[in-house]
Design a protein around this ligand. Structure first.
Ligand code: DX5
Ligand code: ZN
Length: 221
């Protein structure tokens, strides 16, 4: 299982997004947090910014939609150039239909769980998804402390994925740093989002390399 790092531009300088994307060109993905001021109490960016980013970077875009009515809005993010689109379990009406639509349009389909949302009701849906995102903070803001209480859910989800023989990725997002990434990797996560740990550091490229080496070390233990 490969370790993948997805720096979150939520902590980047929004006035210099193209340069900020360049600064992490060793990353596997660029994590784009879309917030609508309804599903979460914060407002960020939408389809036009995703289109502009798509033109200015070769790094595939990992769009995390923290929005109401993803059934209605998610397909436009695939059309805008996202290679992976994540909708929230708490907001979606028809997850199977939406995941199939995202895949049919050519992107990877992913579903996210807030900290208080259990994985168990979704076990039978996993084959419809390419990735599951376990939030390790309450969604809405960067720079929050990692919730250690999410580690058992990560472990249970990894066991479920393996039991079903699925190839899907398990992403964690929120409070991921060189201090916390090892715990997540040991618990079974393989795709790591980091905002402040990357863009809050003086050297984003070096921060990505440091995170990757910590995660690889933990996963080979
Ligand atoms: C929070 C977002 C995250 C955020 C993570 O709701 O989904 O992607 O950028 O930021 P850090 O890594 O600073 O916790
Ligand atoms: Zn995110």
């Amino acid at each position: 299982m490969n370790v993948q790092i997805s720096p979150s531009i939520l902590s980047a300088d929004f006035a210099r997004l193209a340069e900020e994307a360049q600064a992490v060109d060793g990353a596997d993905w660029l994590h784009v947090d879309v917030m609508d001021n309804h599903f979460v109490p914060n407002l960020t960016l939408g389809v036009p910014v995703v289109e502009a980013l798509r033109k200015s970077t070769g790094i595939p875009l990992d769009c995390h939609l923290m929005i109401d009515e993803p059934d209605r809005w998610a397909p436009a993010y695939v059309e805008a150039g996202a290679s992976s689109v994540t909708f929230h379990a708490e907001a979606v009406s028809a997850p199977v239909r939406l995941a199939r639509e995202i895949r049919a349009k050519g992107a990877r389909a992913s579903m996210a769980l807030r900290p208080s949302t259990p994985i168990e009701p979704y076990e039978d849906l996993l084959p419809e998804l390419d990735m599951l995102l376990i939030m390790t903070v309450e969604p809405g803001f960067g720079g929050q402390d990692f919730l250690d209480s999410m580690l058992p859910k990560i472990r249970r989800t990894r066991a479920m994925i393996d039991r079903h023989g699925l190839q899907m990725w398990l992403q964690v997002d929120g409070g991921i740093t060189t201090q916390t990434i090892e715990r997540c990797a040991e618990a079974g996560a393989d795709m790591f989002v980091a905002g402040s740990a990357v863009y809050g550091s003086g050297d984003p490229g070096a921060a990505v390399r440091a995170l990757r080496s910590q995660a690889v070390k933990a996963r080979t233990h």
